[in-house]
Design a protein around this ligand. Structure first.
Ligand SMILES: NC(=O)c1ccc[n+]([C@@H]2O[C@H](COP(=O)([O-])OP(=O)(O)OC[C@H]3O[C@@H](n4cnc5c(N)ncnc54)[C@H](O)[C@@H]3O)[C@@H](O)[C@H]2O)c1
Length: 318
């Protein structure tokens, strides 16, 4: 199989690259390195089944298409993961975020039509906004502020979803959408502003852990290996064509509990720096993964404590 992964140099993309290479696929990674790093692809670059193309997915793809046709490596599967993903990144690159998920998704869908190949679009639990329904099922339409500070991310992902489904309905595309809930693990950037990396780095450096609001807001945390398994099953499944599938860990923790667990694993006393709540910060987030269980036989296997231990090891060594 030939798999083209956009956002290949990022946190999740690079884990996908490694897993598809391990399974014997030919992998083409496309990335403009706006938030990703080539260091994430160090292992992949040792493999002659891997090709890296430095390109922006939001601009015309002629160069990418020409290059692959010249090489004779035509994808059977496109995984569209290119987009800034942490709040720190999409606040810094709001227009680029909107373009990666709108124009970028358009280019990916057109390329999939050109090669007659399958596509999986990486959307997000942010599509549900600050949900009024709990846990979130795929048929819930969400509660999103279309003009708030997070709209560059939420609304562009929702547009990417709408475009993907329009291609399925009007052009017969073999496409599916996943909504990824908070995922963590090795290769997150220490300063990417996500809660797991922030807490681990603060605890390792003996600093107080920053909690916005009173810490009662909940999240569910999925270890990256579990997520990658779910993505691969979803991409391999005929039954997911034209479907939306939540992928995440349904175990729900408050942010205050997460701070406690990180301190306990590191064996350090818990000190907290409470700050005011952030605008549009969702109060509850937990996936209903019934669709993934039914269609893919998938559910996360790695406990929060185990995943955090592995991630802490990574941060200690990097
Ligand atoms: N990590 C999570 O918890 C999470 C949750 C929900 C959804 N997602 C989605 O998964 C995908 C990957 O997220 P991540 O956490 O690995 O983020 P990341 O920032 O580590 O990776 C994103 C990659 O996309 C690349 N990129 C961005 N815009 C691009 C463009 N226009 N052209 C080419 N490359 C571009 C970046 O350089 C980076 O390598 C994103 O689409 C994100 O929205 C992630």
């Amino acid at each position: 199989m030939v798999v083209l992964i956009t956002g290949a140099a990022g946190f999740i993309g690079s884990h996908l690259v490694d897993r598809y290479l391990a399974d014997g696929s030919v992998v083409i990674g496309v990335d403009n390195l706006i938030t990703g790093g080539e260091a994430n692809l160090a292992r992949a670059r040792e493999n002659d089944r891997f090709t890296f193309i430095h390109a922006d997915v939001a601009v015309p793809w002629d160069g990418v298409i020409d290059e692959l046709e010249r090489r004779g490596t035509l994808p059977n599967l496109i995984l569209h993961f290119a987009s800034p993903a942490s709040p720190i990144d999409y606040f810094e690159f709001p227009v680029a975020t909107m373009m990666a998920n709108s124009a970028g998704t358009h280019r990916c869908l057109d390329a999939a039509a050109h090669w007659n190949c399958r596509l999986l679009y990486a959307s997000t639990s942010e599509s549900y906004g600050d949900p009024l329904v709990h846990p979130q099922r795929e048929d819930y339409w969400g509660n999103v502020n279309p003009v708030g500070p997070r709209a560059c991310y939420d609304e562009s992902k929702r547009f990417g979803e709408a475009l993907t489904m329009t291609y399925v309905r009007s052009a017969g595309a073999d496409a599916r959408i996943i909504r990824i809930f908070n995922t963590y693990g090795p290769r997150m950037r220490p300063k990417d502003g996500r809660v797991v990396s922030t807490f681990i780095m603060q605890a390792l450096q003996g600093e107080p852990l920053t909690i916005y609001g009173d810490g009662s807001q909940t999240r569910s945390f999925c270890y990256v290996d579990d997520l990658v398994e779910g993505i691969m099953r979803c991409a391999a499944s005929d039954a997911t064509r034209g479907r939306v599938v939540n992928l995440g860990n349904p175990e729900e923790y408050t942010i205050a509990q997460l701070a406690q667990i990180v301190s306990e694993i590191l064996g350090v006393p818990l000190h907290v720096d409470n700050r005011p709540s952030r605008e549009d910060d969702p109060t509850r987030r937990k996936p209903d993964i019934g669709v993934a269980r039914e269609l893919l036989g998938w559910e996360p296997k790695i406990s929060c404590a185990d995943g955090l231990r592995r991630t802490i090891e990574y941060f200690r060594g990097s």
